[in-house]
Design a protein around this ligand. Structure first.
Ligand code: GDP
Ligand code: ZN
Length: 302
């Protein structure tokens, strides 16, 4: 089989669930100790004589990786080949737009389109303020959707955004990521039971991550790691590419290396003055510049 013939759709430690080109699913083991396939990987796999398991022998090139630093100072890959990110905000827990901006920065670094979804529209909260932020994100070029995982209102809009895509859904704990995923699936099975059902024989295995196919096409990659994913600040490129509107305005800055802080002739500053960029997004940008500066100076903020 060629490298892009099978896709990893669930991982359980060193065991994997694969989807083959004909749409069928098989269990697989990994050849050797060096290969570390993750959910979303395109892999080369072969049958093993006398066994129902397949064997993964190679991982195809990745379009991108969702990574996080481990406590041991290494980098862990949570998923690969993601082509869409949905950042969820809600009135409860109170929306933290800096966190949303950081997720959007992560999407820009992965070079994938992204959406901001407002969940829990059934609650009153700061609805007007949240909608005005959503309008601003839409103006910058992000997809937006409003929904209630509780009542089901607007879930169809979220589903349409995910069509034909392999997405991750991220956001603060408690904003309703699991609830949205369960709604999208049209059922509320526990993820683990849904996966063990797929592996057959009701084996007791710990699911690391799983690609959940959605009715109407598209899929969501879900795992505890993805759900708790907090974008790292380590990338020095975050301030340079993370803010779409800044990238756009920066073309007109007097200095090519303008960081849009105190430089004269700064088109980003002009955009803020004339109201084409919000101060709120600019404050996020400055916080990120600050954090990346501290990191590159070897000071690690708590
Ligand atoms: P996660 O941590 O982001 O995965 O959030 P959960 O899906 O576990 O939801 C956290 C809490 O918010 C749970 O008590 C859900 O029942 C509740 N919740 C999720 N979506 C909604 C919603 O649209 N409206 C309301 N009122 N509650 C919701
Ligand atoms: Zn500038």
């Amino acid at each position: 089989m060629s490298p892009d013939d099978a896709i990893v759709i669930a991982t359980y430690s060193r065991r994997m669930r694969l989807r083959l080109p004909d749409g069928s699913e098989v269990d697989a083991r990994i050849k050797g100790k060096r290969l570390r396939p993750v959910c979303g990987d395109r892999v080369t796999a072969t049958t093993i004589e006398g066994e129902s398991d397949w064997l993964i022998t190679a991982i195809g090139p990745r379009d991108n990786e969702l990574t996080r630093p481990t406590t041991r100072g290494k980098v862990e890959v949570l998923a690969a080949n993601i082509d869409y990110l949905v950042a969820v905000a809600a009135a409860e827990p109170r929306a933290d737009w800096f966190i949303i901006d950081r997720y959007l920065c992560a999407a820009e670094l992965m070079e994938i389109p992204a959406a901001v979804a407002y969940n829990k529209t059934d609650l009153d909260g700061d609805a007007a303020a949240i909608r005005s932020e959503l309008d601003n994100y839409a103006g910058i070029g992000y997809d937006t959707a409003s929904c209630s995982a509780e009542t089901g209102a607007g879930i169809g809009d979220v589903q349409r955004l995910l069509e034909h895509r392999c997405a991750i859904i991220v956001g603060q704990s408690g904003v309703g990521k699991s609830s949205i995923i369960n709604r999208l699936r049209g059922e509320s099975l526990q993820k683990t039971s849904a996966v063990s059902e797929k592996t057959g024989e009701g084996r007791h295995t710990t699911v690391n991550s799983v690609m959940i196919p959605l009715p109407g096409g598209g899929a969501v990659i879900d795992s505890p790691g993805v759900r708790d994913y907090a974008p790292a600040m380590q990338s020095s490129r975050m301030d340079a590419v993370g803010f779409r509107e800044i990238v756009k305005f920066a073309v007109d800055c007097r200095f090519a290396n303008c960081r849009h802080l105190r430089e004269p002739g700064c088109a980003v500053k002009d955009a803020i003055e004339n109201g084409t960029m919000t101060r709120r997004r600019y404050e996020s940008y400055k916080r990120i510049v600050n954090l990346t500066d501290q990191l590159s100076a070897g000071r690690f903020p708590a």
